[in-house]
Design a protein around this ligand. Structure first.
Ligand SMILES: [Zn+2]
Length: 165
């Protein structure tokens, strides 16, 4: 391999500066948002960190993060158990990182790579991402939300302030 090929290969392996990430960053920048990238001090090294909005964004590759029902998520025909296990571990880690970040007060938004790769979805995905970052949109969400049935947020019936003298 030439040095150039090798560095491209390494970049692909590490998943750094993949194309969809660049598209998202460029778009957010064009909308006036400023951010830091690949913050390794935060759980999961979020792809984009918007401190002003206390928001982190992950752009998840559909294969590695197991995008159910997505055409980019096809397990290889060999070593199926290995891949299944590996991707299940990734999903579990994503989930745990999301919980840690939320507990630390961050808003966590996950974007599927296919929604950026696919031109028909791109514009709507980017616009809705922007709205979600600046906080005007509250989506029940196909991404960015904790899986159904799990809640670490409010406990509405917890008797805070119920203590009378
Ligand atoms: Zn996908």
């Amino acid at each position: 391999m030439t040095p150039e090929q090798r560095s491209r290969c390494m970049a692909a392996i590490k998943g750094k500066d993949t194309k969809p990430e660049k598209i998202v960053r460029k778009y957010l920048f064009s909308r006036g948002l400023r951010y830091r990238v690949n913050n390794r001090k935060l759980p999961g090294s979020p792809d984009i960190v918007l401190k002003k909005y206390k928001t982190v964004v992950f752009i998840d590759g559909c294969f590695w993060h197991g995008h159910e029902g997505c055409k980019y998520y096809r397990l290889p025909k060999t070593n199926v158990d290995f891949w299944r296990h590996k991707i299940a571990m990734n999903i579990a880690r994503d989930y745990a990182n999301g919980v840690d970040l939320r507990l630390a007060g961050w808003k966590v938004i996950r974007v599927w790579e296919c929604d950026i790769k696919t031109k028909v979805n791109r514009e709507a995905t980017l616009e809705s991402l922007y709205q979600e970052i600046i906080g005007t949109e509250h989506r029940s969400g196909t991404y960015g939300s904790i899986p159904n049935g799990t809640s670490i947020a409010a406990e509405p019936n917890f008797p805070y302030g119920d203590k009378k003298n």
